[in-house]
Design a protein around this ligand. Structure first.
Ligand SMILES: Cc1ncc(COP(=O)(O)O)c(C=O)c1O
Ligand SMILES: [Zn+2]
Length: 424
């Protein structure tokens, strides 16, 4: 399936517009189509994915690259001069060893990949950077997305920096900070009265009707999704060019989880890391857990759900990549688990108080799922584990605002302070 971006892209693609990508391949039937604004297989309607003919890439070449995701540009569908086009330069975020959280949960070695430090404070800056490149190469006139919040922030900021007309669509009940974090960059924030799945449907309709619109996660989705591979590359590089044993990843559409796995597989194939087994775990909030529900039922099909959870960034009731998440967790020996909203809040506070990292509800979900996986014996505490913190707590303050606050409110005197007992 193509969008009307095809008609808009009257100029031929320039050489190397998509780097070493050679075509788009159907994940279901393998059918190949030429690089362009296509996202569904013309034969079977399966999702299309970028296929490459990779050059030999060395660790030294990557290490000599910029301290952002473009150090991996040879493995992404972007041109070799990508750094010269204005973009938000996301990635190469810190990988922190989490000794306190490990001790609290009884794990021997734990790391937090902290993507909350990206330019708009979530991992979405990575995927948007790849989508922006595709939009440019396809000569799109409008840069757009349906979003659960973070994606809209990232698209609005990247569009502003690129000087493109940018329109972002969100569910109207989204957290206020996420709305403001988009609206500061664009005056075209559209709040839709419906849930994310309604917003997504509307975006697909607009993509089909309007000329020249690049919806990052609709008609340029194959390129967009590749951006999440950089999370996997960075984890391996920052561990000293090796794979972790276990990784816990939040799941909304499931794109991020599938791309971290793809990144690990590519690194093995390119000889950049040693081949070894690893387990991939997916994390969802119970109030929107279509993938965890299918996992627990042992079925292959995902039954869409109507989201009702404080983890709004993960509230996709009909996840596009849900079935591939199931495949990967089965293939690697991982699992998909879910936690209640109260556990999500506890997860936020646990990560904050053990590691000084203030995560949003998605990271609260991931942290709480990690704890549940350990307690239920699904995750091996002796193996090295990485969890991904995908977003920033300041965007979902309300989730914990009632749980924390001043321990005491006092007059400005030493006597008043000692009376609180906090000096003891
Ligand atoms: C903070 C955060 N974490 C995780 C996700 C899940 O991403 P995916 O849709 O790739 O599964 C999202 C998606 O919006 C998000 O905003
Ligand atoms: Zn197909």
């Amino acid at each position: 399936m193509s969008s009307t971006l095809v008609e808009a892209a009257t100029h031929p693609l320039r050489d190397g517009a998509f780097g070493h990508a050679t075509s788009l391949a159907c994940r279901e039937c393998g059918h190949r189509v030429a690089l362009g604004p296509h996202y569904a297989c013309p034969e079977c309607f399966g999702p299309l994915e970028v296929a490459y003919d990779y050059p030999a890439v060395t660790r030294a070449e990557i290490e000599a690259g910029p301290r952002n995701m473009w150090r991996y540009k040879a493995l992404l569908p972007v041109p070799s001069d990508i750094e010269e086009s204005p973009n938000t330069e996301p990635g190469f975020t810190r990988l922190l060893e989490a000794r306190n959280l490990a001790a609290a949960l009884g794990l021997s070695r734990l790391w937090v990949k902290d993507d909350s430090t990206n330019p708009t404070n979530s991992f979405k800056d990575r995927v948007v950077a790849c989508a922006l490149s595709a939009a440019r190469e396809l000569d799109a006139k409008v840069f757009a997305c349906p979003s659960t919040g973070n994606l809209a922030n990232a698209v609005a900021a990247a569009g502003a920096r690129a000087g493109m007309k940018t329109v972002v669509f969100i569910p109207s009940d989204l957290e206020k900070p996420k709305q403001v974090n988009s609206a500061v960059y664009t005056d075209s924030l559209v709040a839709v009265e419906g849930n994310y799945d309604d917003v997504n449907k509307l975006a697909s309709e607009i993509a089909g009707e309007e000329d020249g619109w690049a919806f990052v996660n609709v008609n340029v989705r194959p390129y967009y999704a590749e951006g999440s591979k950089t999370l996997g590359y960075e984890i391996a590089e920052q561990l000293g060019w090796r794979l972790p044993d276990q990784v816990v990843i939040p799941v909304a559409s499931g794109a991020q989880l599938t791309k971290v796995d793809k990144a690990f597989q590519e690194l093995i194939r390119l000889g950049l890391v040693e081949d070894k087994p690893y387990q991939v775990y997916g994390a969802q909030a119970t109030g929107c857990s279509p993938v965890a529900t299918a996992w627990k039922a042992g079925v292959d099909a995902i039954r869409p759900q109507k989201p009702d959870t404080i983890a709004k960034s993960l509230a996709i009731g009909n996840p596009a990549d849900g079935i591939y998440v199931l495949d990967i967790c089965r293939r690697t020996g991982g699992a998909v688990e879910d936690v209640s909203d109260d556990e999500v809040r506890e997860g936020i506070l646990l990560l904050a108080r053990t590691e000084g990292i203030f995560t949003e509800t998605a990271g609260g979900t991931t942290t709480a799922v990690l704890r549940k996986l350990v307690e239920s014996g699904q995750l091996d505490p002796e193996l090295e584990t990485v969890i991904i913190n995908t977003g920033m707590g300041l965007k979902t303050l309300d989730a914990v605002a009632d749980r924390v606050g001043a321990a005491a409110t006092i007059e400005p005197s030493y006597a008043a302070f000692t009376a609180t007992g906090l000096a003891d």
